[in-house]
Design a protein. Structure first.
Length: 459
């Protein structure tokens, strides 16, 4: 940890101590010049009462920033510590998309409290929030904000500039101006830079970009994030089914989406629960979330017992065979999990598509064979050095080749098959691949042993 990080941690710790120990009337002076994110970092360490006091002394705008940065399931409790008038002022200071999310969380927590606070909101603010709440959270409509700047196609550059100066639009970004027809349809986009350098008498229609990259209200959030990453957009317009501009998705919202989606994929790859906040979850909640996954894996892994039981007689004849079982099936699981992780990530970043299946199959066939040969060489030498049994060394080497090849193909192709079937490829988790390869690896192992050592066993 470098000096800057240590200094940063010391500052955060000093802020936590100050907020915990300060008298109520001292909180305003303590928080006056503190960044919002720094308060968020120590928020969990404060009592409910102290959290309410902090929100009470801050300006509505700063308190709204804190509320927007809290997990949605914590927002209702934070609002519950405030008077109705104070909660109203903070809610009205939120961006429309954050307000819609906060009201939805409050509705789930306490419908009565939510209805009371909704009734206190300005009618136009409440109407906007209710309009946004109609959309699913994981779609563009649930991410967008209705605060954008739009101009008419027939306006001149000088008219647009006067409009911007006069209106001082309250939008999350004014780097791009969206051009609409009189009926509200999106027909173009204009950057602030192009506006500034254009002649004052030129029409917007003449300098706008007519081919606008946009999404619809029901576009999945992953697709929204991909488009913004591919085109490096700070904002992306959202239209309804008729092409009318209804909002924009900004880059700060997309960063949250990318983080959430990456977290979800990582959890699924480890067969871990995806809808739990580890830092805040109780041991009982973690048990309830993890037990079903582990129970399912346990049932599936019981298949390995059935396979071993079937070949019990073979193991009794050549006892040393049992010693190599963990090594072989462990290798199969490792190889399969390794390539599955790479392919799932490549699918998530759109480096791979389902149409690339033949290319992936060919590449991993060669890669798996090379891995298998290298691991087989190691296994052969290992057995000869420590056991000195040529027949067993040959059997294990052949087994290693087939297991590595099979694991590589399963790990590479299963995510593609899942994507083709419309299933999240991340569900091809490492424990899942390992379980499959345990069974397949044992079947390969015992069949190869029967073939290679057949003359010994018959004797």
């Amino acid at each position: 940890m470098d000096t800057e990080q240590i200094h940063r941690q010391q500052e955060i710790e000093e802020l936590r101590v100050a907020l915990e120990s300060a008298r109520t009337y001292e909180l305003e002076s303590i928080t006056e010049n503190v960044r919002t994110q720094e308060i968020v970092e120590v928020w969990e360490d404060l009592s409910d009462e102290r959290q309410g006091e902090v929100l009470s002394v801050l300006s509505p705008e700063k308190a709204a920033e804190i509320l927007a940065n809290l997990p949605e399931d914590e927002q209702p409790q934070a609002l519950d510590t405030l008077s109705a008038d104070r909660a109203q002022s903070i809610l009205e200071a939120l961006d429309p998309d954050d307000l819609a999310d906060a009201l939805q969380a409050l509705e789930d927590y306490s419908p009565e409290r939510a209805e009371t606070l909704k009734g206190l909101l300005a009618p136009e603010i409440r109407a906007t929030a209710e309009e946004l709440s109609r959309y699913e959270e994981d779609e563009a409509g649930g991410l967008m904000t209705p605060e954008f700047v739009s101009v008419g196609a027939n306006m001149t550059v000088s008219q647009v500039i006067r409009f911007l100066r006069r209106a001082s639009p309250d939008a999350e970004t004014v780097y791009y101006l969206y051009v609409q027809e009189t009926d509200g349809r999106l027909i173009g986009v204009l950057s602030l830079r192009d506006l500034i350098v254009a002649p004052e008498d030129q029409r917007v229609r003449e300098i706008m970009i007519p081919d606008v990259i946009h999404v619809t209200t029901d576009t999945d959030q992953e697709e929204v994030a991909r488009l913004m990453a591919d085109y490096d957009f700070p904002a992306l317009p959202v239209v309804d089914a008729d092409g009318h501009l209804v909002g924009i998705v900004t880059v700060d919202d997309v960063i949250d989406v990318i983080e959430d989606e990456a977290t979800e994929d990582i959890h699924r790859l480890g067969a871990a629960p995806v809808d739990v906040d580890y830092a805040r979850a109780s041991p009982w909640e973690m048990f309830l979330k993890r037990a079903p996954w582990l129970g399912l894996l346990l049932v599936s892994m019981s298949l390995t017992f059935n396979v071993i039981s079937h070949y019990e007689g073979l193991i009794e004849q050549v006892t040393i065979l049992a010693a190599f079982i963990p090594l072989l099936i462990g290798t199969g699981g490792n190889v399969g999990s390794q390539i599955a992780t790479v392919v799932v990530r490549s699918l998530a970043t759109r480096e791979l598509e389902t149409r690339d299946f033949p290319k992936v199959l060919g590449k991993e066939l060669i890669t798996g064979l090379c891995l298998g040969l290298s691991l087989a060489a190691f296994m052969f030498v290992y057995v000869m050095v420590f056991r000195g049994d040529f027949d067993i060394a040959i059997a294990l080497a052949i087994t290693m080749i087939l297991i590595a090849l099979c694991a590589n193909l399963v790990g590479a192709t299963l995510p593609l098959v899942f994507r083709r079937l419309g299933i999240d490829p991340a569900l091809t988790s490492s424990p899942g691949i390992t379980t499959v390869m345990d069974v397949v690896g044992l079947l390969i192992y015992f069949q190869i042993v029967l073939i290679v050592l057949g003359h010994i066993l018959e004797g």
